[in-house]
Ligand binder design. Structure first.
Ligand code: AMP
Ligand code: GLY
Length: 428
């Protein structure tokens, strides 16, 4: 099979690395890819090929898939899904993995997801959706001011403002609805009650009828140790988490996925792809904070290093609706991913810093360094984004995996490198 992977981050490098191990793959293309993906080899000895097409250049991606006779395209990021890349490929009789535009609304519209969760009884926070600032502020006041104000649409992961009191809530509503801080994404807001608890990432692979749950993982969204500093795309992950036993995970998954699938049938939504619910473990049980319609980044890095099954077969079954009999096999080992970011991230940062020590890190056992924002400049690999690398390691338990990941981080150097020193510490 000839495959095309869309995206350029650590998640997509992990997808490419795992897909490249499948004996089904004869050619693997990435658009636009990064220096790490370009360094991967297939089992037949061929190199992965990167083409310089942006993930949201839909028409050009269709043409690329047609010209290169791609058998299956795999979509990484949320934006092309929300733009309808899956529908467009299907109209052109091209096979593609990911939710179509209607299904991708679970991520593209928080108002849509909130209404769906309430209608079908998926446990979530108490919430209201508003297109008028005055009503939004009134609802925040009814919650006592402590709440979370969310722009309805996609906002590069930044459209969520956590408010401690009514003054902050009113400011958040004004910023989003009147100041248009997130543009059209903020025409409506969802206001949720603030939930206390432990946050966990869930992933389920869906084929329109069936949903297969992954093990648990936990992201570290804040920039600095101890969950301080600004919110980021994710500074590190580990899997599994000790916060849910297998039995609790199964119960939680059922409480979310059964009504989810029932609701999809009722609403005519054909959900094929990953459903990634962000959940809060509260004293009253797990509640869904949001749905994402794609793999998490950097959750993918820890999941795919633990996945023993052939990912091509799983994604193919997800597209064809044959997941029912498929088995997802996971390594009992733990995985830890430490993100190395550019100095200044998630604020402004400088690109083009040479990255040293990648070869030394790669020689360590059980370690895989996934590239996110990297590029090749002559003989060197240089930084090219906020999150630069996802240094990932397996170990017999979380402690061993954590030690192995940080031993690899120690080998890697670039000017201004910034990373958290406490990834997975919460679990121990
Ligand atoms: P979201 O993009 O909706 O997941 O929100 C981003 C982050 O805000 C989440 O990862 C949580 O850490 C936090 N968050 C979102 N909703 C809530 C909530 N209702 N209560 C507490 N924290 C929340
Ligand atoms: N790890 C957070 C996200 O992918 O949204």
């Amino acid at each position: 099979m000839k495959l095309l992977v869309i995206g350029s981050g650590g998640r997509e490098h992990a997808l490419v690395w795992k897909l490249a191990q499948s004996p089904h793959v004869t050619e693997l293309w990435c658009a636009p890819g990064n220096a790490g993906m370009a360094g991967e080899d297939l089992r037949n000895g061929k190199k992965v090929l990167c083409v310089d097409l942006a993930a949201d250049a839909l028409a050009a991606l269709v043409a690329c898939a047609q010209v290169n006779k791609i058998d299956l395209t795999v979509v990484g990021p949320d934006n092309p899904l929300a733009l309808g890349i899956v529908d467009l490929f299907q109209q052109n009789r091209l096979r593609i993995w990911g939710p179509n535009q209607k299904a991708a609304q679970f991520e593209a519209s928080k108002a849509f997801s909130q209404r769906f969760m309430e209608k079908y009884g998926i446990p979530t926070a108490r919430a209201g959706t508003f297109s008028e600032a005055k009503l939004a502020k009134g609802f925040a006041a009814a919650l006592g001011g402590r709440c979370v104000v969310k722009a309805d649409g996609l906002a590069l992961g930044k459209g969520v403002l956590i408010c401690a009191n009514q003054a902050e809530a009113e400011q958040a509503v004004d910023e989003i609805m009147i100041g248009k801080a997130f543009g059209a994404a903020g025409a409506r807001v969802v206001i949720q009650e603030y939930l206390e608890g432990i946050e966990v990432s869930l992933h389920a692979l869906c084929d329109g009828k069936t949903a297969k749950i992954f093990p648990t993982s936990q992201d570290h969204k804040r920039a600095l140790d101890g969950d301080l500093g600004l919110n980021t795309g994710g500074m590190g992950t580990y899997s599994p988490t000790p916060f849910l036993t297998d039995a609790q995970l199964a119960r939680t998954a059922k409480s979310i996925l059964d009504p989810f699938l029932r609701g999809c049938v009722a609403e005519g939504i054909d959900y094929r792809g990953i459903l990634y619910p962000g959940i809060m473990l509260t004293p009253e049980g797990a509640k869904v904070l949001e749905f994402n319609a794609r793999f998490g980044d950097p959750e993918t890095q820890v999941y795919l290093t633990r996945l023993e099954s052939d990912l091509v077969e799983l994604l193919d079954a997800s597209v064809s609706g044959n997941l029912g009999t498929a088995e997802l096999k996971w390594s009992p080992q733990a995985s830890v991913c430490v993100v190395m970011a550019s100095g200044g991230y998630p604020g402004s940062y400088v690109k083009g810093k040479p990255i040293l020590g990648l070869d030394q890190a790669a020689m360590l056992p059980m370690v895989k360094v996934f590239h996110a924002g990297t590029a090749r400049a002559g003989e060197q690999i240089v930084t090219n984004g906020g999150r630069v690398l996802g240094v990932t390691a397996l170990g017999q338990d979380l402690k061993a995996a954590q030690a192995a990941a940080y031993a690899a981080v120690e080998k890697i150097h670039f000017d201004g490198a910034q990373f958290r020193r406490d990834i997975a510490a919460k679990a121990m």
